[in-house]
Design a protein around this ligand. Structure first.
Ligand SMILES: Cc1cc2nc3c(=O)[nH]c(=O)nc-3n(C[C@H](O)[C@H](O)[C@H](O)COP(=O)(O)OP(=O)(O)OC[C@H]3O[C@@H](n4cnc5c(N)ncnc54)[C@H](O)[C@@H]3O)c2cc1C
Length: 326
């Protein structure tokens, strides 16, 4: 329901978390300003999976289905409005190495999550040897992270203030050159770069993707590493750097890149793309969402689920802002 009079909201951070908060807040009638240093933005990953079944554990977050549906719905709405968001709701293949892993995955799959079990022989894309089972998730897919983030901010009509916020509390933000901005509420969406600047205790995990001249697989493939089509060509990625207590922007050593290429070749039978570049970003673990002890709100620590859960949690943060408004 729209607010009775314009309420001012300051959002710190313009990644998928901040962009989603700006979008839902604008929809609720708030006047939004997004302050963004645009440094170390994990949301600029060249291609991201919308994948409800996680990593090598097969865990499914209880909010995953709702998050998946909301993100696809947003992409559909924004695309209809003319925003260009490269994506495909193409389905995702999760090759699994053995019966035990299949059992582990099966035990965590909710009955209402659409899925099929295939064999490597019936896989719609040719797999490399050695896989025992293939989990097909028809409602999963991929998207261009930066394009979705930009579209959300643009559609929100938010005022953009480039630069870094130095201090903030429940209703003010001080920018790096000393200017103070006043609002009715403040939401911090700083991600890994911002948590480090703010001195917050956190776990940061770098991840790298190699950009490829063409997709190495027509459908996204993921187990241990992932191959995803992208707006231009495709990507091969994995998380392999050790977690750290600080944001660290450096790329991986050469031996890690060789390991990554081997992981790509282990996924698909015809892995022969040309590597065109390297992109490294840092994920932040430890979800923080809602009102914080200082009176400001937060949405951060989205880990590897920024696009799966970011919009859903942003909608909830905006709802709680409305509910807690004095
Ligand atoms: C290699 C890699 C692959 C990934 N793959 C996937 C995937 O397949 N699926 C998926 O769902 N997720 C994926 N993710 C995770 C996803 O990218 C993140 O969860 C998400 O982007 C985090 O978004 P965010 O808005 O919290 O932070 P960010 O995108 O990092 O944005 C934070 C922004 O806030 C700004 N900022 C911080 N502090 C301040 C301040 N004080 N003042 C002003 N601005 C500030 C920063 O400069 C930055 O621009 C991947 C991440 C990486 C690194």
């Amino acid at each position: 329901m729209p607010y009775p009079d314009p309420v001012k909201l300051l959002v710190i951070g313009g990644g998928i978390a901040g962009a989603s908060v700006a979008y839902f807040a604008a929809q609720a009638g708030l006047q939004v300003t997004v302050i963004d240093a645009a440094e170390g933005q994990a949301s600029r990953v060249p291609a991201a999976l919308l994948n409800p079944v996680r990593g090598q554990s097969g865990r499914v977050d209880p909010r995953a289905l709702e998050g998946l549906q909301l993100t696809w719905q947003l992409i559909e709405t924004l695309s209809r409005q003319g925003h260009a968001i490269p994506h495909a709701r193409s389905g995702l293949l999760r090759p699994l190495p053995d019966d035990r892993t299949r059992q582990k995955f099966e035990s965590g799959l909710p009955t209402d999550l659409p899925h099929h079990w295939l064999t490597p022989d019936t896989s719609p894309v040719p797999l490399a040897g050695g896989w025992a089972h293939v989990l097909h998730l028809p409602d999963a897919g991929w998207l261009d992270g930066g394009a979705l983030t930009d579209a959300l901010i643009k559609a929100s009509g938010a005022v953009r203030r480039p630069g870094r916020a130095r201090h903030w509390d429940a209703q003010t933000v001080t920018l790096e050159h000393g200017e103070r901005l006043q609002a009715d509420a403040v939401v911090w969406c700083g991600g890994s770069r911002g948590a480090d600047w703010a001195g917050l205790e956190a776990v940061h995990r770098a991840g790298s993707v190699l950009t490829l001249d063409r997709p190495a697989s027509a459908l996204p493939l993921s187990y241990g590493a992932y191959l995803i089509p992208a707006a231009r060509g495709g990507v091969l990625g994995a998380t392999f750097e050790a977690p750290s207590a600080r944001h660290h922007a450096g790329g991986p050593p050469l031996r890690s890149l060789q390991w990554l290429l081997q992981k790509g070749a282990a996924l698909t039978a015809d892995f022969s793309p040309t590597v065109t570049g390297l992109w490294t970003g840092v994920r932040l673990s430890g979800e923080r969402s809602g009102r914080q002890p200082g009176g400001w709100f937060a949405l951060s620590g989205l880990s590897s689920k920024g696009f799966l859960l970011g919009p859903l949690l942003a909608r909830r943060v905006v709802a709680s802002l409305a509910a807690e408004r004095p």
